[in-house]
Design a protein around this ligand. Sequence first.
Ligand SMILES: Cc1cc2nc3c(=O)[nH]c(=O)nc-3n(C[C@H](O)[C@H](O)[C@H](O)COP(=O)(O)OP(=O)(O)OC[C@H]3O[C@@H](n4cnc5c(N)ncnc54)[C@H](O)[C@@H]3O)c2cc1C
Length: 737
Amino acid sequence: MATIEIKVPDIGDYTDVPVIEILVAVGDTVKKDQGLVTLESDKATLEVPSSAAGVVKELKVKLGDTLSEGSVVAVLETEGAGVASSPLPPAGESLPRTGSGVAAQGAAGEGNKPTPAPSPQPSPAGGRGDEAPAPAAAAPAASGGLVETKVPDIGDYTDVPVIEILVAVGDTVKKDQGLVTLESDKATLEVPSSAAGVVKELKVKLGDTLSEGSVVAIIEAEGAAAAAAPAKAAPVAASPAAPAAPATSVPKPALGTGRPADIECRIVVIGSGPGGYTAAFRAADLGLDTALIERYDTLGGVCLNVGCIPSKALLHAAALIEEAAHSDEIGISFGKPKIDIDKLRDFKQNKVVGQFTKGLAGMAKQRKVRTVQGVAKFVSPNELEIAGADGKTQLLRFEQCIIAAGSQAVKLPNFPWDDPRVMDSTDALQLQEVPKKLLVVGGGIIGLEMATVYRALGSEVTVVEFMDQLMPGADKDLVKPLADRLKKQGVAVHLKTKAAKVEASKKGVTVSFESATEGQKPELESGTWDRVLVAVGRSPNGGKLDADKAGVTVTERGFIPVDAQMRTSAPHIFAIGDLVGQPMLAHKATHEGKLAAEVAAGEKKEWVARVIPSVAYTDPEVAWVGVTETEAKAKGLKVGVGKFPWVASARAVGIGRGEGFTKLIFDEATHRIIGGAIVGVHAGDLITEVVLAIEMGAEAADIGATIHPHPTLSESVGMAAEVYEGTITDLYIPKKK
Ligand SMILES: Cc1cc2nc3c(=O)[nH]c(=O)nc-3n(C[C@H](O)[C@H](O)[C@H](O)COP(=O)(O)OP(=O)(O)OC[C@H]3O[C@@H](n4cnc5c(N)ncnc54)[C@H](O)[C@@H]3O)c2cc1C
């Protein structure tokens, strides 16, 4: 054993850099290269790594101290002698794909934003280098104090739909305040007002598609000067494949309360959904003293309690009913199913959800994660107040925090939400009854999954969707087999249709509709239903935590911008899951949860996954990942497509489901796969091979040469690659002349 001093290594031109975080305590065992303290200048954040493995004997610095090259940070009792101090990597060096090694987190001179990992592909959708559009200046100037706010530079994006109008005529707005929200399949962004003033005219409506330069609103500016100042659009909650950098306007944090803490911990996680519990468990596994706050009495968040898992349990029941109903086509009849709704509810709630909520509670205990029930809010940068159901509050003091408070269903304002016949997805999953007639407002993934369940259980289902296709974001051809099957099953689908007026009466909920295209008659004018499910999206919970008191920036819509390490504008606070942006999916949240915990524990990592798959567990299932054909066309990418119809798959036909297909999208220059989509039974499982192929940078020939077991649906992936290569033998494709 030897004792060595750990000093600040060569940090270029930086001197007197403040310590913003102490990452270890006296007595801690540290690995070589593990960060001991974090320094933050106005340009970069960097950790001082331990130059040896050993035990921290003494910490020579405290928060707020300013350090320069050579300052002693800690004294370490090493495991072996003679270890020299390890220098930081050169500025601009990127973080490794797996966590070992370097310590610098910011490229000097480039701000506190980690360098993205290099992408071997030209421009894979959602890839690391695929930044969310970073809009530039909005246009000033109309005449006489009236200012036109236009859509600023939004990169390659054109015809992006307006999904939310954030202001009304007559509203007073601040400069840079969001006026409308645009959403492409990759990113959500707000168009900011280019001046402070009063909204005189709104030039757009929901569903309009805008491009750079489209006029959004006319603002009567507060002063002439305001009109001249161009505004910048802040990227909000971009896809995590390109996490939004913290916005520039960082709130001023509150002072600490000075009160004694009821709970103290190294790291606290707010919210126990798939993001939160993963982060807490990973942090505990990495040796951090961890607390997990959840407002409800079970862990698991939306996904486990009222989302992914109960919906899939019910979809399993729907699939059984559907399969039995069609078995007479192959000579087997079961007769009409008898549905015991109480037993089905019990299966979903107790046999499935209950088993896993208990499992999570058990695993939290095994890992010594302290779970606290209550609603958490920030009171200062290192303190949370937790309000329990019993009315008591506790003060929790932390060194680091991971915000994983998720999202909630959007409640359209014109619906009578106090009427139990009007449901959001949580209500629909309770399965109170099987209504004779059900209206589903919203033809996205959640709406269509619930439509599948209730239709199978016996409801007569109508779906209305504002856009011109079901599941906007997926290619139209991909959705067609699902739309055809729904039609065959008697589900009425009305596109470009908007619910306008809603009235609840004794006989039901009466809804009248408008066409999404102004001046046109809607496909369906009105109707009365026994129940109505509203599934029009989810809104983030970031705005409900008083996060400004901790110096954390929250956008007006409630998203929390983060960098590629999931850090918020307060470097010791991370955010993950639904509240950092689209896509709001559980597997994105878990991935981010692990990353945030590992970065908090000192590992040198950042977001490197290129793509995030989307799956609708409808019948048939619809799954897609990476670049879609629509997107490739819109962006002018040179791609080639290999499409294998399942009608040529003996396995698919053998199970009576030949309606599906597998489609792969390749970059024409490199033949590398950059996207893929599958529609058919088990598409959600099959898409994983495409995800892996994209992550590994596979070429069409690699996929075609991979031996797939026969006869399986997975063969369709290899065969789609062969279609692209022109080597397929299971189809006859005439040679091009
Ligand atoms: C019907 C439905 C079906 C879905 N199906 C799928 C699917 O098949 N696949 C998929 O990938 N995704 C699916 N999703 C989406 C998925 O559920 C979410 O993306 C995922 O749950 C997000 O995880 P999260 O950790 O960000 O937050 P959440 O799961 O939303 O968890 C957040 C937790 O934080 C708690 N919380 C919030 N504020 C506070 C506070 N102040 N103090 C303490 N606790 C707080 C909440 O109570 C909640 O438990 C579905 C969603 C729904 C609604």
